[in-house]
Design a protein around this ligand. Structure first.
Ligand code: RUG
Length: 825
């Protein structure tokens, strides 16, 4: 009994689904369902789910094809998808039948979901944003492809050993991926190295071609992106590499042994591993190869798909738009120009017109170390034809700057695409993109008025803001079923596809019964996290204590250090004044540091050392607990967000472009403790300052200190005895009796006693006192349960703006100009 007909999809019964699962158990594992181990159960169910969606997937693309729709290609080095199965099930119209079938088979859906490895093809916010966008695009019914890399090893698994981070490779494909489909028919060739050769055609026109190159074969794997209850299944296409001709004795005999091995090695290494840097450029040759590899494959396929149906390549922009997620995919500009000129024989001006109508760029950071610049030697050696094209783009761009600002040499120096021996990818993206957007209002303003001021002055029409968002389907409906059910019980379920409806909850914020219900749900979610912590950390935490949570990448600008220094301060306070009333608090951290980021890794060790001392001090009677959650990732994040009371968003103002964790916490009813940075500004605007705890320098103040000086952390150290005591504990062995010098580098980073770098670059000591005060306000507020519950409900009720559905609608309206499609099955 196969459900081959599309109609069967809607009418799928639990009986049919059970049959599919037992058939899978038989055909894949030669077992009955009861004989399967948990992993095999997951696979049997996952294949059955794939079988359910495959018809919708085919139907969706048939409709796209028939309607000849315009499509966005969301190009990203990262897609931090997390687990797929649970999310697909909640999005399917037949979710209840599937859940029923799983239950009737005697399987536990939570255990099954837990077997799936996270698809961690990303580092943090940037990759997770891409994943949320795909969910929203499918749910809203917009034609879209995500294009990325099928890394063999995704983001590393973090182990904590003796308080230190150890990186362990994450072999997420070890048992295969039941949900993917390999598409050999769309494989294509990507060329590296060699040289460009000019030749003249029969009409006397000169052309360029690449010779003496190495080739690899790009193989696409498609993953389904299921829209919510709308029959739409979009595609995330991730590319793997294989040698074009595999190593053979022929080549060996000819003496081409080296060439053959090199080609094989290149194919092997190119998709081997995701670079684990967040907000930091790695500068490695292999990274540039990865970029060109997936861009060339994606752009070639998009152009070919268009030309299969259309005749006029000059109208490509009517059907295709490429969104470059950060500068990582900026080679799109050169590759599209190359294809248009070298394959479709367009003249430069024609190719430029098409290209500049097709590409748009999103900026995600102003951190200078994240801005991509490639040495011209490396670039031109690896990508000779692209380099040649970029040189010409640069030449013309510099002329246009000179024309607009005659005699202003400084402008050209600051804005050139190639300068100082480097190719500046952001400049290329802005020069070619028809749209340049930041990811939160404040961030976009800083881009326009500071970082990209010259570009904004020259091309103001390109700049726009698109405040980030998150999908409520994963981060509320799936992650927090108790709260989701409560919300639906109060206001109906429209919020699932239109989060602005959640505002209707506001009327319940003052209702005592609702407050109690809400706090009870929060308590249950805190218990769930407490159990996770007990199981993974062996630490007892009290679900009645305030759960204060900071989970995100470890980076100095995100200031986990400020948080832990404050915990050290609180501990001192409790020890010195045991008689004082103190509301019990649990500080939860979760963060991965880039493998080579020394001070970040040392901060992890500090957090764990502080946790060890505090958690084992019986004299404080459990008033304070510190927990570092190992291996923070999308799947455990879902449990953590649901359980938080306080959301720590404490980056140095101006440094966090947007943040998206802040939105996930808000939607789950946590109150923001944060600086006026990134999207925090808009969160506070939505929920009201009285329902958040805002502290610290403003972005203007930070920028002013950075530009004009005038901040001396040593003065604070000398004048504030609390600060002094905490900092001394970094170097007197209080948290490192076996090696009192262990945290010296952290101490130095704040006071610059040894290093030559700027002291306290991220204004931790400057904001310390204000942070202490804000934390006191948190404690006071929490003691008043009614007030807290009201604020928490208001946070949920005012999170409507932060749905990625809203963000996507803005991209569609202002940039991509797509049309919604209905898929009937
Ligand atoms: O750091 C930013 C976050 O503020 C932002 O929310 C996220 C999504 O826009 O992107 C993060 N980001 C920026 N990750 N990498 C970069 C720079 O490459």
């Amino acid at each position: 009994m196969r459900t081959g007909l599309i109609n069967d999809v809607v009418e799928l019964t639990s009986e049919q689904f059970k049959f599919k699962v037992s058939e899978n158990a038989k055909n894949i594992f030669r077992k009955t369902i009861d004989e399967l181990d948990d992993r095999q159960k997951f696979q049997a169910v996952a294949y059955a789910v794939k079988d359910v969606i495959i018809d919708e997937w085919i139907a969706t693309h048939r409709v796209y094809d028939k309607k000849d729709v315009k499509t966005v290609y969301y190009l990203s080095m990262e897609f931090l998808m997390g687990r797929a199965l649970g999310n697909i099930i909640i999005n399917l119209s037949c979710r209840d039948e599937i859940k029923k079938a799983i239950k009737e088979l005697g399987l536990d859906i939570n255990v099954i979901e837990d077997q799936e490895p996270d698809a961690a093809l990303g580092n943090g916010g940037l990759g997770r944003l891409a994943a949320c966008f795909l969910d929203s695009l499918a749910t809203l019914g917009y034609p879209a492809y995500g294009c990325g890399i099928r890394y063999k090893y995704g983001f590393f698994q973090q182990k904590i050993e003796d308080g230190y981070q150890k990186e362990v490779p994450e072999d997420w494909l070890r048992y295969g991926n039941p949900l993917e489909v390999r598409r050999d028919e769309y494989a294509c060739e990507v060329k590296f190295g060699g040289y460009t050769r000019t030749f003249t055609d029969e009409n006397g026109r000169s052309h360029f071609t690449q010779d003496g190159y190495q080739s690899i074969r790009a193989i696409p794997y498609d993953l389904p992106i299921v829209g919510y209850s709308n029959n739409v299944v979009n595609t995330l296409r991730i590319w793997d590499a294989e040698p074009l001709v595999s190593f053979n004795l022929d080549e060996f005999d000819k003496g081409d042994y080296h060439a053959a091995v090199e080609q094989e090695n290149l194919a092997k290494t190119i998709t081997e591993v995701l670079y684990p840097n967040d907000n930091h450029m790695s500068g490695k040759e292999l990274r540039l190869k990865q970029q060109y590899f997936f861009i060339s494959a994606s752009v070639q396929t998009a152009v070919k798909k268009y030309m299969d149906k259309h005749k006029d390549i000059k109208k490509l922009h009517e059907k295709v738009v490429f969104q470059m997620n950060d500068t990582h995919p900026t080679l799109t500009v050169a590759e599209l120009m190359r294809i248009l000129m070298d394959v479709y024989m367009l003249e430069w001006d024609e190719a430029w017109e098409v290209t500049t109508k097709c590409v748009a760029y999103t900026n995600h950071t102003i951190m200078s170390e994240a801005l991509e610049k490639w040495p011209i030697e490396l670039f031109s050696r690896l990508l000779p034809r692209c380099y040649q094209i970029i040189e010409e783009i640069n030449r013309r761009f510099c002329i246009s700057i000179e024309e607009k600002y005659p005699g202003d040499r400084g402008k050209v120096e600051r804005m050139a695409i190639i300068y100082d021996g480097q190719v500046k990818m952001a400049h290329l993206a802005i020069a070619a993109g028809f749209s340049v957007n930041g990811v939160a209002r404040l961030h976009t303003e800083i881009l326009k008025n500071q970082e990209l001021k010259d570009f904004y002055e020259m091309m103001p029409e390109k700049f726009n803001n698109k405040t980030n968002g998150i999908t409520q389907r994963r981060f509320l409906l799936h992650a927090n079923p108790l709260l989701a059910e409560w919300v639906t019980g109060k206001i109906g379920d429209e919020w699932i596809t239109n989060l602005s409806h959640i505002k209707e909850l506001e009327v319940y914020a003052d209702d005592r019964k609702c407050q109690k219900e809400f706090m009870n749900i929060k308590y249950k979610n805190k218990k769930r996290l407490a159990e996770y912590i007990k199981k993974h950390n062996g630490i007892d935490v009290d679900p009645r204590s305030i759960f204060d949570v900071q989970v995100k990448r470890l980076h100095e600008y995100k200031r986990q250090l400020l948080n832990i220094l404050h915990v050290m301060y609180l501990y001192n306070e409790i020890k010195e004044h045991p008689e004082k009333e103190f509301y019990p608090r649990t500080f939860v951290f979760g963060a991965k540091a880039a493998a080579g980021y020394k001070i970040a890794k040392l901060t992890i060790k500090l957090i764990n050392s502080v946790a060890d001392v505090i958690n084992n001090d019986a004299s404080i009677e459990g008033k304070l607990k510190v927990v570092f959650i190992e291996d923070y990732k999308v799947s455990n994040a879902e449990i953590i967000f649901a359980a938080a009371d306080v959301s720590e968003q404490i980056s140095t103002a101006s440094k966090e472009a947007s943040g998206t964790g802040n939105m996930k916490f808000m939607l789950n009813g946590a109150l923001t403790l944060g600086t006026m940075d990134g999207a925090n500004v808009e969160i506070v605007e939505e929920v009201g300052e009285e329902n958040a705890f805002i502290f610290g320098l403003s972005s203007d103040e930070v920028i002013n200190y950075e530009q004009n000086g005038g901040y001396d952390p040593m003065k604070i150290f000398n004048e504030d005895m609390d600060v002094r005591k905490v900092l001394m504990q970094l170097i007197n062995g209080f948290y490192a009796p076996d090696d009192p010098e262990r945290f010296r580098d952290i101490y130095n980073s704040l006071l610059n006693t040894k290093s030559t770098d700027v002291a306290d670059r991220y204004f931790i000591l400057k904001d310390f006192r204000a942070y202490i005060e804000a934390q006191k306000a948190v404690e006071e507020a929490y003691k008043d349960e009614k007030r807290w519950a009201k604020s928490a409900i208001l946070n949920v009720a005012n999170a409507g703006k932060f749905s990625s559905d809203r963000t996507i609608e803005e991209y569609v309206k202002d940039i991509w100009k797509l049309k919604k499609v209905k898929v009937e099955v």
